[in-house]
Design a binder for this molecule. Structure first.
Ligand SMILES: Nc1nc2c(ncn2[C@@H]2O[C@H](COP(=O)(O)OP(=O)(O)OP(=O)(O)O)[C@@H](O)[C@H]2O)c(=O)[nH]1
Length: 273
């Protein structure tokens, strides 16, 4: 039997009965990788129980070693899986931690082992949307582990490092893998990370934008260090996925490209050139 995490796609959520949705609400999941070199050697633990018994607090205590008192909010029913992809060292883990905790991990680089995940709830047009974000290892040796997860992702954030031409050149290979393993209608966004280190830039902004145009995906430059466009990337994805899941027929279709361009303009006063 395959050893993969429980996840629900937007369309799955739409098809579920209220009872099924309640059951999904009552499940939280934590997976813990053991030996890094042994794909499939990790242990999965599923926390199950009524709403309010303390599943999330138990998980937070295990994950962060702390208890957050008085912060109970029921785990929301609408949730999506977002996966971070790209070469090792482009900044995927830092990007996720900047979004999740507003902090930047500087100093020694520790490569991700296999796959890790974090949850964050964002509010989109007044609706709580839970993003389960999977941080994948960029190293080649973990590729067979991460491939197994592609098809459960509703969105993929594909990162390169603007100071590494090789990480940019590898984007085409990443897109080929995505087309092979991911869902056909997966939302893809191309991100040129480390925009704060403009003195070491090796990839022009125009080249990132033109590659994104060629593949018809939205694009922006980001910095996990300063936080530039980090929240915007996740919010744009959350908006797109939420609209796909709950859009009524008379509502105009959400245009992710236009949204990103308008939001980038709004914040251009503080962006790096
Ligand atoms: N200046 C700068 N450094 C960054 C940024 N993002 C990440 N870094 C640094 O780049 C290195 C790699 O970052 P990670 O987030 O661990 O890279 P990764 O893509 O998760 O790597 P793998 O886990 O091997 O796939 C670390 O030393 C970070 O401090 C950024 O936006 N700006």
């Amino acid at each position: 039997m395959e050893n993969r995490p429980l996840s629900t796609s937007g369309s799955d959520v739409m098809r579920m009965s209220p009872v099924q949705k309640e059951m999904i609400n009552a499940l939280s999941l934590h997976q813990n990788f053991g030996d890094s070199s042994q794909p499939g050697s990790y242990v999965q633990t599923i926390l199950v129980g009524d709403s309010g018994v303390g599943k999330t607090s138990l998980l937070v205590q295990f994950d962060q070693g702390k208890f957050i008192p008085g912060s109970f909010s029921a785990t929301v029913g609408i949730g999506f899986t977002v996966m971070l992809l790209g070469d090792s060292g482009v900044g995927k883990t830092c990007f996720l931690l900047q979004f999740k905790d507003g902090a930047f991990l500087s100093g020694t680089f520790i490569a991700t082992v296999g796959i890790d995940f974090r949850n964050k709830v964002v509010v989109v047009d007044g609706v709580k949307v839970k993003l389960q974000i999977w941080d994948t290892a960029g190293q080649e040796r973990f590729r067979s582990v991460t491939h197994a997860y592609y098809r459960d992702a509703q969105a993929l954030l594909l990162l390169y490092d603007i100071t590494s031409k090789m990480s940019f050149d590898n984007i085409r290979a990443w897109l080929t893998e995505i087309h092979e393993y991911a869902q056909k209608d997966v939302v893809i966004m191309l991100l040129g990370n480390k925009a704060d280190v403009s003195s070491e830039r090796a990839v022009r902004t125009e080249d990132g934008a033109s590659l994104a145009r060629e593949y018809g995906v939205p694009f922006m430059e980001t910095s996990a260090k300063t936080g530039m466009n980090v929240e915007l990337a996740f919010l744009a994805i959350a908006k797109e996925l939420k609209q796909r899941a709950v859009q009524s027929l008379d509502e105009p279709r959400f245009q992710i490209h236009d949204y990103i361009e308008s939001q980038k303009k709004k914040s251009s006063c503080c962006a790096f050139s």
